[in-house]
Design a protein. Structure first.
Length: 205
């Protein structure tokens, strides 16, 4: 199920000509990928899109709203919390790796999403536009996968596995801060090195 749409992220309503929207969204993505969120500005986006800045503000209330909509335009999956349910923990985790792999060559990569999410921690307006979707989505997916595994009896149902999901998110953010790629190879490494040993190693009473 899709998350409720942020009021800040909603586009203007009415009889506005939407034919320019794709050009604006494409220009915003190019500027974001090239410059990062902080250095991206509406003048540059307008010039890239071949429109006046007023045309952008008639459609989006702010840079934060435009950038959030830009990411979601190419990655609608960012609005969902659907976790794979293959019938096994190993299968679910492999499905996550495959998802990340499919995104590795997308226009909006996992790296770009995480970089914007980091910026949102310092920018309340951007955080509001994102509704915390991008920063917490990965954690929610991993939490659901571990809860499913506990329900099947694959891992202990008596332990709180939320910390493991937090670690996965933290590792992704740390990798971005280091300037490295959060791709399928990295996610598989985190799963094999941290997630599986953590959930499969029994602890003493």
């Amino acid at each position: 199920m899709n998350e409720p749409e942020s009021k800040l992220r909603q586009r203007s309503v009415g009889r506005l000509d939407r034919s320019r929207d794709p050009a604006i969204l494409n220009a915003a993505l190019a500027a974001l990928a090239e410059n990062g969120y902080d250095a991206t500005n509406m003048d540059d986006i307008a010039a890239r899109a071949g429109v006046g800045k007023a045309a952008i503000y008639r459609r989006w209330s702010s840079k934060a709203a435009l950038i959030a909509d830009t990411l979601i335009y190419w990655r609608p999956d960012l609005l969902t919390n659907d976790a794979p349910d293959t019938g096994s923990l190993a299968g679910d985790l492999e499905a996550v790796v495959e998802r990340v792999g499919r995104n590795d060559n997308d226009m909006v990569t996992s790296d770009l999403v995480l970089r914007v999410a980091i910026e949102a921690t310092r920018d309340p307006e951007l955080a509001s536009a994102l509704d915390d979707l991008m920063l917490s989505r990965g954690k929610r997916v991993f939490s659901t996968i571990l809860a499913q595994a506990a329900a099947r009896g694959e891992i202990s149902a008596d332990r709180d596995w939320s910390l493991v999901a937090d670690v996965v998110l933290a590792m992704g953010l740390l990798e971005v801060v280091r300037g490295q790629s959060v791709d399928a190879k990295f996610v598989r490494h985190v799963i094999d090195t941290l997630v599986l040993p953590a959930v499969q190693t029994p602890t003493g009473e």
